[in-house]
Write a protein that binds this ligand. Structure first.
Ligand SMILES: [Zn+2]
Length: 510
């Protein structure tokens, strides 16, 4: 009895002396619209460098990092947090921003006193001025810093454009399965599990990439509906097998004119390269088989507004596909606003990025008359400024909090100084409202409006500048969502853009 107790004590002491594997975690995330002539600069990036004590607080969130922290804790890994940088989608990242951020990420990883692996949280569709596949360049540099033996696990967004180059530079790559991205935490946990298996020698990840020669139009990238839903379901079924560590289907990001543009399948198997190849080929064939279902037939702004006015059940959400902020557009397109005014629609809410107009409203103050041209100021792709006359109803600091799991899993947001202009108050219970904000903000949370005193479920028409991502927030309240074929830097018809660097003969593109 005493002997076994002593043995137990020795075992416990030994366990306490065995250091836990140390995993560096960090990333630089950007989805770069290469058709957008603007540049994403260092100032556009939000930088976070959490220390180890901060991890406990971050673990309660819904995003990828929260999942990595929880997964690492469950698997007995110690995390070495480095740099987390991200910016709202826009034009390509400047060479300066790319070099500075990547150098900092690599330096912070190299500074770890001990290192057994690296988990990188990268969007997968970043284009910099110098590197059309900037994510691959980041992994290449991290690989150069840590050497060929250390496992590197990469987590990508569902909209990643994946290449052989990045797959061969890391040991395992997985992507969000869901669009809207509501599985971010789950994927973080999965990455930590794969890392734990790799560093303890319980698994030997090998992976294969297959890219079907097609474009998977953003309109069809809703993973909750066919044609994608059953394919994503199949990846989940595959992951039930102990031999499959991850099976990912990424829809791709069509607003980047780069060689890797288009959907991708990556399967990570345990030691069986042939299995990884076979299953990724099979999933890619499933994608290819849906190609004739991807037919674009959507109303333009005039027709969509007509349908919304004629509806008898509200609210109607009009998805402004050409000005999809999460896809890298300006956020100040006026095509739908002009059409709502022209057709005399009532009870609408339109949100525009227009810091100049916000300042004018703020100078006038609450209750003052607002009379000015709004929107259409960032570039020449999103319509002309529209003259609006109304009353400054309220002013806000723009902060809002999202408690639910929504696209991307974020909780804290800021749309900057924000003004609400009442354009038509003839029906006080259902006014027509123009929201002017100072920071481009993807409409992924209803609290963007609720925090301004707007009840979106009581309004008649909600203009939403996005494609699929806002659905997680808007589907629960919208009686109908109308996808509108508006012009802009995220217009859904690829024929509106000139591609020169993509692979030849992509179905749906050329
Ligand atoms: Zn995405």
């Amino acid at each position: 009895m005493v002997g076994s107790f002593l043995l137990w004590m020795v075992a416990m002491w030994l366990a306490a002396q065995t250091p836990r594997p140390v995993i560096a975690v960090g990333g630089i995330s950007h989805e770069s619209n290469s058709f957008n002539p603007s540049r994403t600069t260092l100032a556009d990036f939000t930088r976070r460098t959490p220390g180890p004590p901060d991890l406990e607080k971050l673990a309660s969130g819904h995003d990828t990092l929260a999942g990595i922290i929880a997964g690492a804790h469950a698997a007995g890994l110690e995390l070495h947090p480095t740099l987390f940088a991200s910016a709202t989608p826009k034009g390509p990242v400047t060479a300066e921003a790319f070099e500075k951020l990547t150098a900092e990420l690599v330096a912070r990883i190299a500074a770890a006193p001990r290192l057994d692996g690296v988990i990188l949280d990268l969007h997968g569709a970043m284009v910099s001025e110098r590197y059309p596949h900037a994510d691959a360049e980041i992994v290449r540099r991290v690989r150069g810093a840590v050497g060929p033996r250390l496992p590197i696990v990469v987590i990508h967004d569902f909209h990643a454009n994946i290449s052989d180059e990045i797959v061969s530079a890391c040991n395992a790559l997985l992507t969000y399965k869901e669009n809207p991205h509501t599985d971010t935490r789950e994927r973080g946990e999965q990455a930590a599990r794969i890392m734990a298996a790799a560093v303890t020698g319980r698994a030997r990840p090998v992976q294969a990439l297959v890219k079907p020669p097609m474009i998977y139009n953003i309109v069809y990238q809703n993973t909750r509906r066919p044609p994608l839903a059953p394919i994503v379901e199949e990846t989940r079924r595959l992951e039930q097998s102990p031999k499959i560590l991850a099976a990912s289907v990424a829809g791709g990001y069509q607003y980047a004119d780069v060689e890797a543009m288009g959907p991708s399948v990556v399967v990570v198997a345990d030691g069986d390269a042939e299995l990884a190849q076979r299953e990724s080929r099979r999933l890619a064939d499933m994608l290819w088989a849906t190609r004739h279902q991807l037919v674009l037939k959507l109303p333009d702004a005039a027709e969509a507004v007509r349908q919304a006015i004629a509806a008898d059940r509200w609210p109607i959400a009009l998805m402004d596909l050409g000005d999809n902020i999460g896809g890298g557009s300006a956020g100040d397109s006026t095509f739908l606003l002009a059409e709502l005014l022209r057709q005399g629609a009532r009870g609408w809410v339109v949100t525009l990025y227009d810091p100049e107009a916000v300042q004018a409203a703020a100078r006038g103050g609450v209750g003052s008359v607002f009379d000015g041209a709004v929107g259409g100021k960032t570039d020449r792709f999103h319509g002309e400024p529209v003259r609006v006359r109304g009353r400054v109803k309220s002013l806000h600091d723009g902060f809002f909090f999202e408690p639910e799991v929504r696209h991307g899993g974020g909780r804290y947001f800021s749309q900057g100084l924000t003004a609400v202009i009442a354009v038509d108050e003839s029906m006080p219970e259902q006014p027509s409202l123009l929201v002017l904000n100072s920071r481009r903000t993807s409409p992924n949370s209803l609290h963007q409006l609720i925090s301004l005193g707007i009840y979106p479920e009581r309004q008649k028409i909600l203009v939403v500048k996005g494609a699929i991502a806002p659905r997680a927030a808007y589907e629960p309240i919208a009686r109908r969502i109308i996808e509108v074929d508006t012009p802009g830097l995220t217009a859904v018809n690829p024929a509106r853009f000139t591609y020169t660097r993509v692979r030849r003969q992509l179905f749906g593109l050329n």
